[in-house]
Design a protein around this ligand. Structure first.
Ligand code: ATP
Ligand code: MG
Ligand code: MG
Length: 352
């Protein structure tokens, strides 16, 4: 049977591996870190750094297609792999989503609305950016940020100096603060044949920059719902994308604003595991393996709640709840804010 290579052995790689196994496919996970969550469930695990060209080449030769669970894969590693196996989603999606400045510029050129933004390279360009965009605003590192890390909120222009010192010369963008009523995301898939399928938008609540909860259905008017799905499809088609993509959107009185896109399965799509016949992980595996996309229609209302750090202290109480599906990643709490698992609480769908 076909083997899918997965770069990254975190919880997303783990759940992708489980989905692949359910379809009778094998996975081979490449992960630099020791004892990754995906290690327990994948057919094969390679533990090596991304600089190990021989290990990368052996990995790529052992699989039919390579996909990934995170977007910050070093370019040189992708070059090695691409010579030996197809990478899905393709390189363009990675190039764009690895860098917030490139991503915002690209989304804007596509005709989608994004927060006002400006490139920041040093203190002088930050002062210029604050002049132009004003406050409140958010300074974000261009690369490697997640869970709100690498971000500084500017309440007044006087906050610029301290934020700049903290950034320590990392390339950044200043973003105007979007006055949104709530946040939603669309998890969308596209097959090699160009078939597109979107899951119902979910409504996301963040706490301290980390996703706390996703609720479906989201509070959206029918036209906002249509907009959200069309925006996601536009992004997929423009990238000739293959696989699942997550698009985070702000809901404002003047329309939907794209916050960021992730070229992979997404935490805000975990509800699909218990809300749909085919979840985001299976949909992604289907797409990268060249299968037809599956039925992602929502059959239940779901509230997905992340289990972060010490939330695990209550895991046995959660295990006793009715209509609650527990998903644990087999991790230990090594630092506060670590995502340990999630629960999906389901009720029969009330509405669509
Ligand atoms: P993720 O873990 O989703 O990749 P991240 O570190 O890339 O997170 P963002 O998604 O850019 O961070 O921001 C995290 C959260 O901060 C957003 O979901 C939103 O709540 C808030 N936020 C980010 N940018 C803005 C903005 N321009 N205006 C208002 N709020 C914002
Ligand atoms: Mg992000
Ligand atoms: Mg985000």
């Amino acid at each position: 049977s076909a083997t899918i290579g997965i770069l990254g052995g975190g919880q997303l790689g783990r759940m992708l591996s489980v989905a692949a196994a359910r379809l009778g496919l094998r996975t081979h996970v490449f992960e630099p870190g020791a004892a990754p969550p995906a290690g327990d469930v994948t057919h094969k695990l390679t533990t090596a750094p991304y600089e190990d060209v021989d290990a990368l080449a052996a990995f790529a030769r052992s699989v039919d297609v390579v996909t990934y669970e995170f977007e910050n894969i070093p370019t040189a590693a992708l070059d090695v792999i691409e010579a030996l196996a197809p990478i899905r989603p393709g390189r363009e999606a990675l190039r764009i989503s690895q860098d917030r400045l490139t991503e915002k510029t690209w989304l804007e050129a596509l005709g989608l609305s994004v927060a006002p933004f400006a490139n920041v390279t040093d203190h002088a360009s930050l002062e210029d950016a604050v002049q132009r965009i004003g406050t409140p605003s958010i300074l974000k590192t261009r690369r490697f940020g997640y869970d709100g890390k690498g971000q500084w909120r500017l309440t007044t222009p006087a906050d610029a100096a301290a934020a700049c010192a903290d950034m320590a010369g990392a390339p950044a963008v200043l973003e105007g603060f979007v006055d949104f009523s709530h946040e939603v995301s669309v998890i969308a898939a596209r097959s090699p044949a160009g078939e597109v399928a979107c899951f119902d938008p979910g409504e996301n609540l963040h706490e301290d920059g980390i996703l706390r909860r996703t609720t479906v259905p989201a509070r959206l008017t029918p036209s906002q719902r249509t907009d959200a799905v069309l925006m996601a499809a536009k992004i997929l088609n423009a990238l000739d994308y293959v696989g699942v993509l997550g698009a985070e959107l702000f809901v404002t009185s003047s329309g939907l604003v794209v916050n960021e896109i992730a070229p992979r399965v997404h935490n805000s799509g975990h509800w699909t595991q218990n809300g749909c016949a085919v979840d985001q992980f299976e949909q992604h595996i289907r797409a990268v393996a060249g299968w037809p996309l599956g039925d992602g229609a929502r059959h239940s209302d779901v509230v997905m709640e992340n289990l972060i750090g010490d939330d695990m202290d209550h895991v046995l109480e959660l295990a006793r709840e009715t209509n609650t599906a527990l998903h644990l990643y087999g991790k230990t709490v090594t630092k506060p804010g670590r995502k340990m698992g999630h629960v999906n609480r389901i009720t029969p769908a009330r509405s669509n």
